[in-house]
Design a protein around this ligand. Sequence first.
Ligand code: GDD
Ligand code: MN
Length: 388
Amino acid sequence: MTPTRPPGPVSPIWADAAADAALAGQTRPADISIVVPCYNERANVRPMVAALSHALAGREWEVIFVDDSSPDGTIDEVRALAELDGRVRGLLRVGRRGLSSAVIEGVLSSSARIVAVMDGDMQHDESCLGRLIDAVARDGYDIAVGSRHVEGGDNAGLANGWRTLLSDSGIRLVQMVLPVRLGDPMSGFFAMRRDLFERTVPRLSGTGFKILLDVFLSAPQRPRVLEVPFVFRPRAAGESKLDILVLLQFVAMLADKLCRGFLPTRFIAFSLVGLVGILVNLAVLEVARRFGAGFATGQWLGTLVAMVTNFWMNNALTYRDMRLRGARMWLGLALFMIICSAGAAADVGIARAIFSRDGQWGMAGAAGAAIAVVWNYAVSSTLIWRQR
Ligand code: GDD
Ligand code: MN
């Protein structure tokens, strides 16, 4: 029988014991949350839920679709299913993008003991989920990884040979810095203890696509890991969101981890963009020279083009999650050019001063450039791309 609350002020005893009794057993809580990041996956939502229902029959589970306001209305499909099935939940994010950060927020919204992360495009084989979950729930592993690179696993679903090469070399690179032996650290298919994930969150970089790798590089303790083979399927509907910018974010994330979080990821990305800008500047200078322009004209042109491309790269990559568009973007570009001009003036001034003191070219140049990049970054982050 459901207890009724006595009249008068709520006593602490009533609030704890009776409220718990009133709530207990109303519905069965989920033991496991499946967190599914999705962007433009409308056509895959229904098949996903059907596949999960089948694969997880007999378990208490829920699925949390984390959608970054997909233009195709993915969230509407999720909401429609949620009206029919209490195990379906949607987390809608506004004004932000990113696979890893979507997964983090999905996991943080869960109260289940175990969380599993899975792509929303049916490329991950749901029939493998049960084994991943059991490894954590029953066999004492902290993390169980769906792996394409252990005996029995396969990477057949990668779109082409180029992606396969990229994936294989990425894995080799990553294995050099990884604290545990892992055949497929780039996998996005895994189950783990939610409390461990939660303790890892403050140290996560949270950028890009590789949330599992991020977890391994950030976990407070060395996790006990099991790899379970699965076959990566080709995409049935929709298209991959992995592009060159995601790859660059990956490099920035690794650099961040190698610096032990000493430098912020954004600063590293900003500096990498700066390096590319120098190459752009030199390339334009060279082209101008071949067309017979003088050095001053070439350098002006080079600087101008480099500023515009740097702005574009920072807007699309470094600050991808708060990308400026339309009028805001043009205003941002104008500000960026003013800020960078001041940075360049400081660069030259400081380099000159150091050079006149101890006559070392390299030292003077590096100090000037370092000051300029810190200045450009600090001011751009506060004036142009700021959290709103
Ligand atoms: N919320 C949200 N926001 N979801 C996203 C975003 C985003 O910005 N970008 C991608 N997703 C979702 C996709 O909708 C899909 O459900 C899942 O994340 C994977 O994205 P895909 O674009 O399909 O990635 P992929 O197939 O190239 O890469 C996958 O394979 C890798 C192994 O090669 C991912 O699973 C990686 O995690 C995995 O490591
Ligand atoms: Mn995919």
